[in-house]
Design a protein around this ligand. Sequence first.
Ligand code: NDP
Ligand code: HEM
Length: 508
Amino acid sequence: MVANDKPGTFQYEQTPVYTTSNGCPVMDPESSQRIGQNGPLLLQDFHLIDLLAHFDRERIPERVVHAKGAGAYGEFEVTDDISDLTSIDMLSEVGKKTKCIARFSTVGGEKGSPDSARDPRGFSIKFYTDEGNWDWVFNNTPIFFLRDPSKFPIFIHTQKRNPQTNLKDATMFWDYLSTHQESAHQVMHLFSDRGTPYSYRHMNGYSGHTYKFTRPDGKFNYIQVHCKTDQGSKTFTNAEAGQMASENPDHHTQDLFDSIEKGDYPSWTCYVQVLSPEQAEKFRWNIFDLTKVWPQNDVPLRRFGKFTLSKNPENYFAEIEQVAFSPSHMVPGVEPSADPVLQSRLFSYPDTHRHRLGVNYQQIPVNQPLRAFNPYQRDGMMAVNGNYGANPSYPSSFRNMTYKPVKPSQEHEKWAGAAVAQQLPVTDEDFVQPNGLWEVLGRQHGQQDNFVNNVAGHLCAAREPVRRRTYEMFRRINKGLGARIERETEKLAPHPASQAAGVAQARL
Ligand code: NDP
Ligand code: HEM
């Protein structure tokens, strides 16, 4: 390797000389040193030991969630002025372009799991802005299963494998959802056909959380971001998704790679919903409750940009496996809101990166900001960027340093702090928006039928008391919906005598 200028761009000599890792030329990489033709191997064979020892360490921990994914590079362009809302440098003028990398993923499956599984999809983008890396760590649904972060590890366990059988477990899955009914809205999204997108190119991305767009004078607005696919929303039916899981488990990965390779670049148009602090105070919905959307009739979408993906990674591991997104990677002009789930995520991602990639994960080329200067962070495993050389490791009176003034926004959340600090009980209000989605499905041919069948085909494998409780959850959304789900599920459910342990069924 000769040079490394930008993330993902490496140059190699035309006919490189093969060497050991310390650069010593090797005559034959496929021949180990031994005594005579049939003699034992020699410990002095550094090439062999170097090769084996490195191979033994090839795997790093896969992401604890969102392990299966695909990504590509691209560019964001500002299409409409929103400088009245935020001082984010990347959004400062119409036409301004910023390089980015995106990674899309499924959530619950392992690295080798099928792309077409019924699951939410991750939708992450890292923007290399002039004032630092700004990450969007979004999903393809505008809401989530929970609003108290302590439930996240517990919830994820129910989506993964049964600790005894090591199988996906429909009872465990629905047991959690039917006893934590604030998840009803996300369940509606997951079991609509949007739970099985046709490809990563054909789905939207949503911040889900409320963030704050701030201005240098300390004024701010609450916002939510929407990225709408310019390819059009396209989904698999349950049957098609199941078939694709066996025909090509890497369908989404291949679709993204192939379309970029042939110049068919996917793009998304970005919008923002905006509420002033005063509007938020009077708003019907708690803006820090991640299980709720902001109805678009009340809070219209305002367009501000577009991003296009146009370059595949050169190396999957270096650039996609090692990319590290975090909601806490922010830039001046955007701040977190008091949403408790967002607040917890601000901690969780850099914490898992330190575990998964090491304490110096920001030095990995794909994660490097355009310019970062932080000589007070020193040393640690894999400090590969020169470790700030002779720069003082403290604010020395002998070294000039510029500290840029960044005024924090006023702490408006004080008015709502007490409310979000407590766990919110599930009330009838939690079923209003799920019913709104049921009505949206009713406007699209066949979508309500598909929804009922998608649930029934999965729920039927759960044990009987769990099924009953789940029917009641759907009845709270809409009486007719609950009745239809009960009818269709019971047709498929095994006879009680044959449902011994109630475990295990693939998710599709
Ligand atoms: P609207 O009728 O104004 O908007 C409904 C939105 O639903 C559309 O804009 C579309 O968003 C999305 N949608 C369309 N078809 C589907 C589908 N098959 N599965 C999932 N989403 C779909 O009503 P509201 O804003 O009052 O929302 C009604 C319901 O729509 C909500 O309860 C929510 O579940 C869902 N929704 C709302 C969003 C929001 O931010 N308000 C965003 C997405 C869904 P898009 O163009 O982004 O696909
Ligand atoms: C990945 C934690 C909620 C979107 C991850 C990872 C962790 C995590 C530990 C693995 C990251 C890595 O290894 O690089 C949590 C916690 C949550 C939460 C603790 C709630 C308390 C959410 C929500 C969203 C989301 C609400 C979307 C709005 C994502 C995405 C990824 C991810 C897109 C994949 C990032 C990538 O492509 O590398 N999450 N998560 N998560 N999470 Fe979350």
